[in-house]
Design a protein around this ligand. Structure first.
Ligand SMILES: NCc1[nH]cc(CCC(=O)O)c1CC(=O)O
Length: 310
């Protein structure tokens, strides 16, 4: 038996694929685990905000095509980069235990968002982070920042930005937390849907692989990811829409908080609901419907018609 893992070539993607490969090797010493590196469109277009070049699907399409051609057996993804719809025959078969889901503030000179002087320059290309920052600190200048995690940190160190915002999970995995000065609580800056989970994608009819890969699944994480992604799917939000969601489980209850905004951060909608963990999916959907009825429907329509401008 052999499992070929398809992965992007960035340091973070390779770290994640190797991490999964090692767990599988430890559990199944007789299964041969190989890595297959694949370049995606998202890795080639590095200078344009993702929302403008077609969104998150850019990081997964080529990998899914390789899986459909039977050149790889599974893909290891940062779940937050994975669209909610899959090509026929493919799907998520395991979700790993969540790494720290929070966003981090990195700066050479400043110790927190509050400490930044008026008009300071902050780097991020995520629409979500742009509007969340604007709501908290309307005086800041927000500038695009793309590239792999190490490229972004280099741009900070070169002085192109006073601060940048990145997912703490990626920094922790790569041991790049030196410039982290503040970690935002999820109630303060709600993280991206599924930030911190790894999602394992496979061919749904490949039962042997699915059985092996099931050791990677973390049930509580699976439920949290399910709720957050149901919220995302209901809002049809790719990364063209500023949105965020964060779920927690305690005492058999799942609480999910969601956020949707227009592109300026002038009109935003936020709410939470709590319910039984077995209803994870419908909790995410119900929360999305709640926000749509609060006014998010109109905002989304404007964004899709191209009337809302950042
Ligand atoms: N959008 C790119 C991306 N996809 C996953 C992570 C970090 C790791 C994770 O969230 O699991 C990052 C970098 C970032 O946003 O800072």
């Amino acid at each position: 038996m052999r499992i070929r893992i398809g992965t992007r070539k960035s340091k973070l993607a390779l770290w994640q694929a190797n991490y999964i490969a090692q767990i599988l090797r430890n559990h199944f010493p007789d299964v041969q685990i190989e890595l297959v590196k694949i370049t995606t469109k998202g890795d080639k277009i590095l200078d344009v905000p993702l929302a403008k070049v077609g969104g998150k699907g850019l990081f997964v399409k080529e990998i899914e095509e390789a899986m459909l051609r039977n050149e790889i057996d599974i893909a290891v993804h940062s779940l937050k980069d994975v669209p909610t719809y899959f090509p026929e025959g493919l799907g998520l078969v395991a979700i790993t235990e969540r790494e720290d889901p929070r966003d981090a503030f990195l700066s050479v000179k400043y110790n927190s968002l509050n400490e930044l002087p008026e008009g300071a320059v902050v780097g991020t290309s995520s629409l979500r982070r742009k509007v969340q920052l604007k709501i908290l600190r309307p005086d800041l200048k927000i500038r695009d920042l793309r590239g792999n995690v190490d490229t972004r940190i280099r741009k900070l160190e070169e002085g192109q930005y006073d601060a940048i915002i990145l997912a703490y999970a990626g920094l922790k995995r790569l041991g790049l937390t030196d410039r982290v000065k503040q970690i935002f609580q999820p109630e303060y800056i709600i993280p991206a849907v599924a930030q911190g989970f790894l999602g394992i994608e496979a061919r749904l009819d490949d039962e042997k692989t699915r059985e092996i890969v099931s050791v990677l699944n973390h049930e509580e994480s699976y439920l949290r990811a399910t709720a957050e992604r149901a919220f995302l799917r209901k809002l049809e939000g790719g990364c063209q829409v500023p949105l965020a969601a964060y779920s927690e489980i305690s005492d058999g209850k799942l609480k999910i908080t969601g956020f949707v905004s227009d592109l300026t951060g002038d009109r935003f909608f936020m709410d939470s609901i709590t319910g039984d963990i077995k209803d994870a999916e419908s909790l995410g959907e119900t929360l999305a419907e709640k926000l749509l009825n609060m006014g998010a429907r109109e905002v989304l329509e404007e964004i899709y018609r191209g009337e809302s401008q950042l």
